[in-house]
Structure formats: C-alpha cells, structure tokens
Design a protein around this ligand. Structure first.
Ligand SMILES: NC(=O)c1ccc[n+]([C@@H]2O[C@H](COP(=O)([O-])OP(=O)(O)OC[C@H]3O[C@@H](n4cnc5c(N)ncnc54)[C@H](O)[C@@H]3O)[C@@H](O)[C@H]2O)c1
Length: 274
C-alpha cells in the first residue's frame, strides 16, 4: 500500500483526496498536514483520513508527498520537512502552479525523485485532467506510481518539456474557471432576456455537460461537432459570426497566454522575492 501525505489540505488537495477515495484507495493510506483547525476537522469528517497540524507528522511515513500549498508557501515548508525527507526519501509530487523542478530540487534536495504536475478541480468527481513532468531521479516505477495517483482522478498526459506544464495550467489547470465563467455569462444573457435564473443555469450547465461529453465520448473533432450544430444561415451561424467579430479565438489565446505567463512569473518571484 502506497502511503500518500498531502502537505496543504485546501481546495486542490480536497479534490485529489476525494477522487482517490472514490477509486477505492484506502483512507488509512492518506494523511494530510493542514494548519487551519477548521479545515482539518472538515477533512477528517468528510474523508475519515488522519489530519495533522504539523507537516513533519503527516509526512513521517509517506512514500509519496504531494505538495499542495500555494507557490508562495513552498520555500517555507522545506526546512520543516528536511529530516523526514532525508530519512524517508519519498517521491515528491508538486501541484503548485509555476514552481519549477530546479527550485524544488534546490529547496528539498537534488537527490529526490520529483514529479511536477498540474491537475484541476474536476479531480473531485474523477473527471480531472493532469499534465505531468518528471525529473531525472524518477524511476520508471515511480513514474508509474505518480501516473497511477493522477489516473485515479481523471485523464493524464506527460509532457516532454517542463515549460509545457505552464501551458497545461493555461488550458486545464485554470480551465474549469473559463467554463464556469461561460455558464455565468450564458445565464446572465438568458436572464436579461426574461428567463428565470434557475432555468437559465440548468439549461446552460446541461449544455456545457452535453457538449463536453459528446466531445470526449464520440472522439470527433470539435470543428466537425460545431459544424453539425450550425445550420447554414441559422441561429448558430449568427452567434458564431458575432463571436468571430469579437475575436473569440484571440480572446481565448490571450487568456491562455496570460495564465501561462503568470505561472512563470509566480516561479520567478520565488527566485527573487524583491
Ligand atoms: N485550485 C485549483 O484549481 C488548482 C489547480 C491546480 C493546481 N493548483 C495548485 O495547488 C496548490 C494549492 O492550491 P489550492 O487552490 O488548493 O489552495 P488552497 O489555499 O485552497 O490550499 C492551500 C492550503 O495550504 C495550507 N497551508 C498554508 N500554509 C501551509 C504550510 N506552511 N504547511 C502546510 N499547509 C499550509 C492552507 O491553509 C490551505 O488550506 C497551489 O500551488 C495551486 O497553484 C490549484
């Protein structure tokens, strides 16, 4: 049984833990370190896992340490974990946006196997999407172990170039928020035309779900699926022409670029906090 310790028990850790437990991973194999007492109580109540206020206690027997704190916290946690890491030599899996492998090696140790990955919150319902990148120390078995953990909560893809993890952040790490924003916008649009918020949200959310499922379950090209909705001179064509006139593709490309760039900036700020 692989023992997994989460350092940080916030939103993303909750999503990953919930997803792992749903796939049958034993609650007794998971520990969490979380400084907020209320969050510890909720994690213990919701998932029946052992929760600790101190990182070193949660990590004491871990084979895998999932670093799930904000990027800015990352440099602060290594001192506390140094002894445990030296003794236990767990594999580190960092989910922190931007934080690079060379920074993690500098803080936690050059001898450690480290996987940098970028999951997303739909991991909570087993529908996550995660990009992964491994350092040279990660053995084939550890690579399989990291993938197994992330496969348990959704789809995984390894990238060959570490900088592409920032691109993963731009597409799928931050991505759920784009679709939630889209549903909010659809709801507002329908409400402004007189529909109830309840009906507007239900129709917009189900459309989001239906389109996503069609895309994944049919394996069809999104352009082909789009064309099937679009009758010549019909309603969809009118909407898509309006989106194109407002530079929809460029708007999305700029948003993804902004998220990707922000990942690199978060990491750079940790090199030079001034
Ligand atoms: N939320 C997402 O959609 C998402 C997706 C992918 C990756 N991430 C990454 O996951 C990481 C966590 O993000 P989140 O959204 O879960 O944030 P969060 O704030 O919800 O969780 C972070 C947790 O770390 C705890 N913490 C603070 N200091 C600590 C310390 N010294 N030791 C241990 N725990 C400490 C906080 O109390 C908090 O509960 C970030 O690095 C983020 O970039 C988040």
């Amino acid at each position: 049984m692989t023992r997994i310790a989460f350092i940080g028990g916030g939103n993303m850790a909750r999503s990953l833990i919930g997803g792992l437990l749903k796939t049958g991973v034993a609650a007794s194999s998971i520990t969490v370190a979380e400084p907020r007492a209320e969050a510890r109580q909720e994690l213990g109540r919701d998932f029946a896992i052992a929760c600790y206020a101190e990182n070193r206690l949660a990590a004491a027997e871990a084979d895998v340490l999932v670093l799930a704190v904000k990027p800015q916290i990352m440099p602060a946690i290594h001192a506390e974990l140094r002894d445990t890491l030296a003794r236990q030599r767990p594999m580190l899996i960092s989910i922190a946006a931007g934080v690079r492998i060379d920074q993690l090696e500098r803080w936690f140790g050059h001898a450690l196997a480290i996987v940098r990955c970028m999951p997303n919150t739909p991991a909570l319902i087993g529908a996550g999407a995660t990009g992964l990148f491994a350092n040279r120390r990660v053995s084939p078995e550890q690579r399989a172990q990291a993938q197994h953990i992330m496969d348990a909560v959704g789809l995984t893809r390894w990238v060959e170039d570490e900088s592409l993890i920032d691109t993963v952040t731009g597409i799928s790490g931050s991505g759920p928020a784009y679709f939630f924003a889209m549903v909010e916008a659809l709801e507002d649009a329908a409400f402004s035309q007189g529909m109830s918020r309840e009906a507007a949200r239900a129709l917009a959310a189900q459309t989001c779900l239906g389109a996503g499922r069609m895309l994944v379950e049919t394996g069809e090209d999104p352009g082909v699926l789009r064309q099937r909705v679009t009758s010549p001179n019909g309603t969809t064509q009118a909407a898509l022409e309006s989106l194109a006139a407002d530079h929809f593709h460029q708007i999305i490309a700029r948003a993804v670029a902004a998220a990707t760039r922000r990942g690199a900036e978060l990491a750079a700020a940790l090199d030079d906090p001034s």
